[in-house]
Design a protein around this ligand. Sequence first.
Ligand SMILES: [Zn+2]
Ligand SMILES: [Zn+2]
Length: 759
Amino acid sequence: MDMKRAEIEINGIVQGIGFRPFIYNLARTHSIRGWVLNNEKGVLIDAESEDGNLHQFIQEIPNLAPPLARIESFKIKHLEPLGYTTFEIRKSEEAQGKFVLISPDVATCNQCLSELFSSENFRYRYPFTNCTLCGPRFTIIKDIPYDRHKTTMAPFIMCPVCQKEYEDPSDRRFHAQPNACSTCGPSLRLEDKEGKEVSEDPIEKTLDLLAKGRTVAIKGLGGFHLACDAKNQDAVSSLRSRKFREDKPFAVMCRDMEEVRKHCEVNQEEERLLLSVERPIVILRRKKDSVIGHAVAPYQDTLGVMLPYSPPHHLLLNGPLKALVMTSGNVSDEPISYKNDEAFNRLSKIADYFLFHNREIHMRCDDSVSRIYEGKPYVLRRSRGYVPFPIKLSFPLEMILACGGELKNTFCLTRGQYAFMSHHIGDLENLETLTSFEEGIEHFKKLFYIEPKALAYDLHPDYLSTQYALSIPDIPRIGAQHHHAHIVSAMAENGIEGDVIGVSLDGTGFGLDGTIWGGEFIKANLRDFDRLAHLKKVPMPGSSMAIKEPWRMAMVYLSEAFGDEAIHLRIDLMKRIDFQKWDILERAIEKKINTPWTSSMGRFFDAISSLLSIRDKVQYEGQAAIELEMIADKEIRETYPFYLIKEESPFAIDSTEVIRGVVGDLTEGVSNSKISGKFHRTIAHMIIETCEVMRSSESLNRVVLSGGVFQNIFLLTLVTEGLKRSGFNVYTHHLVPANDGGISLGQAVIGHMRLFQCV
Ligand SMILES: [Zn+2]
Ligand SMILES: [Zn+2]
């Protein structure tokens, strides 16, 4: 027989995800002899067999690899056969201090699932079943290397059955660190809000409570959810009022795809995303006849849906309830609760009961949120299931800590070609979130052996992330402009360099001139930028109050367009205005009291939303714009006029005529839906025309789109299509959020370029 031997080196994300047992079993299937081990670069295999077997073995590795594996390189070296007689998993070469990637938490796999529901299996209905391919990872790891005694599974000593599985390389629980069963592992415990244990079966009783319309706080993988029956309008409304979350949509967990289809339109890509091992919340178009209560997502035509991703979810949704509200267990703006007593203290005014378990969560991690755009995932919140897998960059970076922004904060630590973006920290506006931010940074530094050589931060002096960066002594640091960071973040995930046209549109970002930017057209590269155009500036009376109350922006824009005549306009808005209040605000604008100026696109959308009587006050960031997008007539072709004031540098985009046009349509009784459609098309034209002007003056043909405004898929589609028709190459996000959750990546790259790359 013709024996062949090959050394196979596989790099990428191949550790801690069941790769070695996979190789072991594949080797046995093909009568391969030799060994496999983890080393600092990835996985090394020495394989020997007859030619045909070896060839097949090598072919099947990338095709059958565990779902979380990301094979980046696959090198084969042919060697002289040595005459191995067995195949074994050898001890890792990883010496202390060597860096390895760490797996995110993974949704329960099909094999574990079938055991969960098979009455003959000894893990029948055991809520913590997992294997090398699934289960908790990131959220239970306290330190590296990833070994049971360094996870929150340490207090649970494996019973002989679990231990045997753990040690058997042919078992699918070989080295599954959270391996457990009902004899030796974690367990559930149901308590009422007085802290008294409910003696019945925790799952059965929880189901019973949910069916009766109660709210139960359920401890999950990365924190607590507040759960109730999604089809029970009263239960949902009561949860909403207790949570002080008046309009913000709740996510729904559906039993399976069949149930999802009863409530939402789902295309193939959306289905794939829902079923992916990351199991994000996917934003779907809601069906008109869905029986899910409107209070779940008031004023929305979409629904955030996810499928069960841990055994307790599967058990809970296997009964009569097929759709549960599963919203983060927090009180309005605080971070999600993740410790038992802390959750009990904070959530006892919201939840009627608590479904606890005794496996500690070390790192809190919210559900991720994504949607499909252009047939690909378009992530809006990158957290559980994705973190801490890195974003791969096209070139290596120094070790940098980028502190992110304020809203939807994430931080980012870089190491070589990897950018480790953190889980969703939340809005850095209170002490709890700041603590979570600081703890998260220390944890990531430890996990990935990163000692930052420099810091990058936002220029806004009031951001807690900025103050944190400035408080650390003796380290080089770079302030990155907010909108530049957005663009560089999108460039980094697309692996592009050189000068581009950056269209950076959002609500708020600190500008170089001390005003608030947000409708920015910049010539940008990874290091620097030049502001070439922006929305014409308007005052923001009352500063942050103008964000919460879009009617203020509507009045500001009306005054710009109509002067003193504004208050005599025959539109509904005028019936709602408190003129005394507006009078005070007008004087504040005149005297420049608490009235910053802004070129924000977000505020322009707010103004139109209020003008159309959609929303005068918002309950959450972006609400006015989201509701404006929702009603837009997508077929309408008309637009409103606007002007580029090209004499100025940077040049301003004057939207006075847009306002006049909208008011004209309103007085003529044109529907809101048509006006909104026309407005969206106008903004798209504005962007495309501005890019065309920049193309001719700067000879640039690549456009990068970023900023929270591009969460508006209708606008994003119009802009992308229009730019492509005009011959531009267009880049936007997919892996990293377009909103402020993505800027830490851009900051890190800017920091590296400015501090460590010679011009
Ligand atoms: Zn499994
Ligand atoms: Zn056991």
